[in-house]
Design a protein around this ligand. Sequence first.
Ligand code: ARG
Ligand code: ZN
Length: 466
Amino acid sequence: PRRQPARRRTAALATVPVAVAALIGAAGPAAPGTTGASGAGDPYFPLSGNGGYHVRHYDLTLRYDTTSRRLDATAVLTARATQRLTRFDLDLKGLKVTSVTVDRATAAFRRDGQELVVTPRHALRPGREFRVAVAYHGTPEPVTDPDGSADGWIPTDDGAFVAGEPQGAMTWFPADNHPKDKSSYDFTITVPEGRTAVANGVLLGRRTAHGRTTFRWRETRPMAAYLATATIGKFQIERYTTRDGIQVYNAVDAREARAAAPVLRELPSVLEWESTLFGPYPFRAAGSIVDHAPDVGYALETQTRPVYDSAPDLATLVHENAHQWFGDSVSLTAWQDIWLNEGFATYAEWLYTEQHGGRSAQQAFDALYARPASDGLWAYPPGDPGSGARIFGTPVYARGAMALHELRRAVGDKDFRRVLRAWTTGHRGGHGTTAQFVRLAEQTSGKQLKQLFHTWLYEPGKPDSA
Ligand code: ARG
Ligand code: ZN
């Protein structure tokens, strides 16, 4: 393959005519506006995602050796150019890339931090659909997030716990790694016989040969890269179809089985309860991946099938599955809006408890509101956490849920339900912003709510009166 030297932009290069620059495969300036941006424009994660194209589909073929922890992979992305592209980026951290093709023609590429910079042989016209194939291998490693947590491909003693929020997708596949871009996915994952590889969506088939088993998974509904998983381990498998026709696949590490069983048993009723509140379950498949990954410390709402680092409690099961509506089906356009995911999933927990004989959402609210102004809960406002280091903090989860409770009190239970429904219905499979949510709440209720949202989402410190 034609490899492109990692070359810095120099003044001399800038004088090379565009056509010549393209010929010599230089990374230097082409005509303005024809190189895809290195990020999606998110101030919290400036290099996450890319500009100039949209990925329609990912076809990921992975082979993982659980002993050596080596990954051998090919990713084929079907994408559409949204501008003329002489060059574009993918996000990929670590790993060795051995070849890149664009529409079967060898393309030049270079690595620049987490950017895989691809220069196709011919410029791509705007609107043009193209196919990028990337062959790569190596030992994937998790990425350390600004808050100190790790995400991405996290090796375990029997496989890997794979959860990519907010950044980790790029630790195991080349991606347009921002929730602005949603795509369908095919996974073909080969692991040593006796291990199970669990990804998103529906299991198309499994085949064992020569001591290895290949699992094929497919998610047809649009999915953000961070919600993809390919979690590998020794799992006990349970499969069934719910009354609503949802295909459930649970994979549970034997060490967590006893603790997980009574909680996982509630999954169908939790999904039914959530469907009555939030509208029809947005996907064809559901389930759980209960891993034994002691160093992780969180669960993730991986689309169709949340992944848990250990047996979840019921509140966590409710939370991660509520995310299927809030976050997975209706996705963020910027990480700053993270309360649209976490505030809603937390409020789902409060509602579940309230409607199942536990404390009311009002009591949950009051207990939090009683905390002194110096408490970490009031350290920053949930609608504007201020940096990627704060997106999973208490203000986002708890005060985000408090904001929804205040909305509920202002508009009443009936209109509150109507707002939630209209949100999940109107933005199903797509995106939503805080501004859109505020507008929808006002339209649905006929009330002025800007001040309420301003107070609870954006005002620093503890809001004055509840
Ligand atoms: N969205 C997850 C939840 O259900 C949390 C993910 C945390 N990720 C991280 N890198 N710390 O709340
Ligand atoms: Zn959450």
